[in-house]
Write a protein that binds this ligand. Structure first.
Ligand code: UTP
Length: 289
């Protein structure tokens, strides 16, 4: 029997430099894909996987995210007066239950591992998930739900993985595989951003993790890795042998919304997946190209 997973950490303290000047005054995670900010997709995916508590690791200038998950009294009043019931419902659906959302500041962006470590006091002796909102995944059922199902089979740490072109291994955490059944790959090691020539495989970790609390003992050491940052991959790698480690090839499409091209592709893909927008966007694309 695996322990149930009820808590999610959303590391959102990064600077988002690739989207400047858009991200000067608003957080990257508030950039909209079609009509919802990235962070909303991440929270909805987690909720759909059974997550009940949402912990955001934020930094300076990220206040818009807190406002997004709070009531906007004036706006709601105006919508009520104008009888805009549908719009009101959309606002209410986005809202986590009071007391189930928490914010902690990373203070300095020292790396993803450090961001997760900043949330340590919210996690007790229990598994939890980490979601990077930059990685937007179009999937049904959602990627995290698929991962929770895989976790119930194998336990331990489970990360979402996908095969990348070998020349891109230096952008990701890469699995060193001991066995692979095409859906689940068990790892005997992990390497953060390896050079393509020495990468142990092309199976890369993307922004969804189910982790056991043992990872905090490793993050406590504050060891710096690739790029001088405290890497989550390094801490996870050190728990291999103590807890099983699997990569799940999820069903769905991942869009890297941390890059401009990935963000534009996500907007097109999500618009094409919407009944309301599909035909209009198809015409639009034909006209433009
Ligand atoms: P990125 O590597 O995409 O960095 O972080 P970034 O700062 O957000 O964006 P660029 O590269 O400057 O454009 C991946 C995820 O890890 C979080 C980010 O918020 C993002 O969700 N992160 C990264 C932190 O929370 N803290 C850090 O110290 C580093």
């Amino acid at each position: 029997m695996t322990k149930p997973i009820k808590k999610a950490i959303f590391p959102v303290a990064g600077l988002g430099t690739r989207f400047l000047p858009a991200t000067k005054a608003i957080p990257k995670e508030m950039l909209p894909v079609v009509d919802r900010p990235l962070i909303q997709y991440a929270v909805d995916e987690a909720r759909d996987a059974g997550i009940e508590e949402f912990i955001f690791v934020t930094g300076r200038g990220k206040g818009a995210m807190e406002d997004h998950f709070d009531h906007s009294v004036e706006l709601e009043q105006v919508l009520e007066e104008r009888n805009k019931i549908e719009a009101l419902e959309i606002l209410h659906e986005a809202m986590p239950t009071a007391g189930h959302i928490a914010y902690v500041r990373q203070q300095k962006p020292l790396g993803l591992g450090h961001a997760v470590w900043c949330a340590r006091n919210f996690i007790h002796d229990e598994p939890f998930v980490v979601v990077l909102p930059d990685d937007l995944i179009l999937a049904a059922p959602g990627c995290l739900r698929q991962m929770v199902e895989a976790y119930q089979e194998v336990g331990g740490n489970v990360v979402a993985v996908e095969d990348v072109p070998r020349e891109h291994t230096n952008r990701y955490g890469i699995l060193d595989i001991v066995s692979d059944n095409g859906r689940l790959a068990e790892a005997k090691g992990l390497v953060e951003k390896p050079d393509p020539a020495v990468a142990p495989s092309t199976l890369s970790i993307i922004g969804r993790y189910i982790l056991q609390p043992e990872v905090f003992a490793e993050l406590d050491r504050h060891e710096k890795g690739a790029g001088g940052e405290i890497q989550l991959t390094d801490a996870m790698a050190k728990t291999i042998g103590k807890v099983p480690f699997h990569g799940l090839r999820f069903e769905g499409e991942r869009y890297d919304c941390g890059s401009k091209l990935g963000f534009i592709e996500a907007n097109l893909a999500f618009a094409l997946a919407s009944d309301e927008l599909h035909d209009g966007v198809t015409d639009l694309i034909k006209k433009l190209v």
